[in-house]
Design a protein around this ligand. Sequence first.
Ligand code: GAP
Length: 462
Amino acid sequence: MTKIISLAKRRGFIFPGSEIYGGLANTYDYGPLGVELLRNIKNLWWKHFVNKRSDIYGLDSGIIMSPKVWQASGHTDSFTDVLIDCKKCKSRIRADHLIENHFEKKGKEIKVEGFSVEKIKDIIDKEKIPCLSCKAFDWTKPRQFNLLFETHIGIVDESRSKAYLRGEIAQGIFINFKNVLDSQSPDLPFGLAQSGAAFRNEITLGNFIFRTLQFNLSELEYFFNPKKQKWQDLFDYWKKEMWTWTTEILGVNKKNLRWREHIDNERSHYSEKTEDLDYNFPFGGFKELYGLAYRTDFDLKNHMEKSGVDLRYTDEKTREKFIPHVVEPTFGMDRSFLVCLLDSYFEEKGKKEDRVVLKLKPYLAPYKAAVFPLSANKEELVKKAKEVYEMLRPEFSTAWDDRGNIGKRYYSQDEIGTPFCITIDYDSLKQNDVTVRDRDTTKQIRVKIEELGEFLKEKIKT
Ligand code: GAP
């Protein structure tokens, strides 16, 4: 993890948030290479789950919605974590993480998320779990803490009214359900998808971008008629879809993944069944990458009750009106990003030098190709290489490097996952071709300059 964090900073993937002011805990910024990788993941998600399917529509609702949305959805009451403070060093921690971390050190995996405050206190007292920072055993009473990020609407103090930044993307979907019915007349089953920033007032153990205050979330609500389809069948269907996305499209090694069902107290207030797709992270082993929940008709029913607007679906044939049920696959995009970095990171022994290589799927890589003149001080080579670089750039994200020797340039591109390095040498001037070196095999072939575009297109297609 330390190596990934250092690479991410050094090569411009991820920077600590507000760094010049001493930083702001649990916030990060994406750098020039990070933003490319993140966008590639997000765009691919959209293409795969929205554009390629005829049963899923996209949406883009606001980050700030009426506070009534969060009251109706149950988030103002139930979207909570149990926190505890160390009286000695004043550090604050999520009590479930404190307990889970304690048992992890003993080689036991337990889940206490959703346990009552009393039960949590009992475990901490019984196990005499000390503070992670100062090792004292001097805790305040555990208490519930709401995760919704508060903000205020209105510029004049008296007219200020409390609002929330969205804690999940899903609510923007539920409150637009009727608008989509009225404008698109979709047949059930159908899905609504949305991708964007979500905010949670998280207290974390500081595992890089695993848990942050602001994060990128892509969610999909799949609505169906519970009289015509069994939720279990749809749940299984989406489990398979999520698995395909993770293993085949992101290319994550199956060995590092597992499904885990939530125990009763752990499940969110809206869910009747939840399974997490866990990844084997280098900090503390298997942890949630994505989630899949059967939310029943909980959300639409509550919004219909609280808003007074009829959110029922009308069956065209039978004219029956009913509230559809929903299965929700949810995908954290920052965790996808982190997993792509972790899972593609390799250290390899070379004949001359060892190398670090990110074996990202070519379509995910920040740069698809890098162009080098064999020598930086040979004008004719630089001119030809610039022509190739300018030719590729409009279509492929392409890097330019003329520093140091070719070997160093290869290693520098390997470390950021560039799948193809293109060198213009003296033969290029005579033959109008280049060497293309493959990141993973390190093998080189010659390709005609006029065929380079087609060559790259073929290699980076999804
Ligand atoms: N609508 C369902 C929902 O929000 P969740 O399990 O609370 O479910 C969904 O969150 C996904 O968002 C998680 O599977 C995870 O990938 C990601 N996630 C949740 N909290 C996060 C945080 N604080 N920082 C980064 N990613 C987070």
